[in-house]
Design a binder for this molecule. Sequence first.
Ligand SMILES: C[S@@+](CC[C@H](N)C(=O)[O-])C[C@H]1O[C@@H](n2cnc3c(N)ncnc32)[C@H](O)[C@@H]1O
Length: 286
Amino acid sequence: MSQIQPPAQSVSSQDWAHERGQKWCDQLAAMEATLDPVDAPLIDALDLDRPLRIAEIGCGGGGTLLKLLRHAQAGSSVHGIDISPALADRARARIARHEADAAIHVANAESAAAPEGPYDRLISRFGIMFFDDPQAAFSNLSSWLAPGGQIAFAVWGPPPQNPWMTSLREAVSQVMDVPDPDPDAPGPFRYAGGDKLLGLLKEAGLRDLNIRDWRGLIPLGGGVPPEPAVDFAFNAFSLGDLLVEADEAVTEEVRQRLTQCYAAHVQDGGVHMEACVHIVTGARSA
Ligand SMILES: C[S@@+](CC[C@H](N)C(=O)[O-])C[C@H]1O[C@@H](n2cnc3c(N)ncnc32)[C@H](O)[C@@H]1O
């Protein structure tokens, strides 16, 4: 079995501020098309029943923000916050034509004061899993909320229930040694258990905390056939970085194994695989 130097086993907010943010930006359309099914259950988890001040944490290139603008009542303000200047620029360009009160701020949500707060609603699609000091970060975000303000945060559920993400790791581990990721490190499965996140939010002063799971099919790369889905996976997941340094035969073997795995999950011509997302809701005391 090949042995090569593993990539960093975690992705931190600082990575997002630089290379990781740029990488996400470079494949924004495919990333957003992949994550699109999560938006409806996430936005539904918030009461948007009147004009509200809404902030999206880790808004990335703005896909969810555009949908929030459509769902928010007239008179609402919708602000995106992201640590990556590259992604913030993309989001800003996309909201430019909106007449609603929309704005994008480059800020570290872990420590920055609420850019134009306080907010009535905080929402995040996979943007709260990368903080260096989660307790400090959630206390800070709690302070962004007006009394009675609500949150809805989406984080990934357990790895075995997210084969759309873990199948690359499985294919790689069949041809080279890959260390197990640290479950507590910043990264996609940091809150897979759910309870850890609930504890942090409770400690940050939030109440009425609840987790509801969304389970459904994720269209890889937006629902492309197996071979381009493999290219998508190599680019999208940090484990794909490992293959850049592997020799060609190793990369080819991973490619073949993953293509075979994806071929078993084709619907309507594209790869669709199971996913589980925790949608966590809660509120600040009135
Ligand atoms: C997995 S991406 C999700 C992007 C977007 N929400 C989406 O679903 O398309 C995580 C996002 O969180 C942002 N992020 C990570 N740490 C952050 C922090 N401390 N403050 C603000 N944004 C952060 C990243 O720059 C990135 O845009």
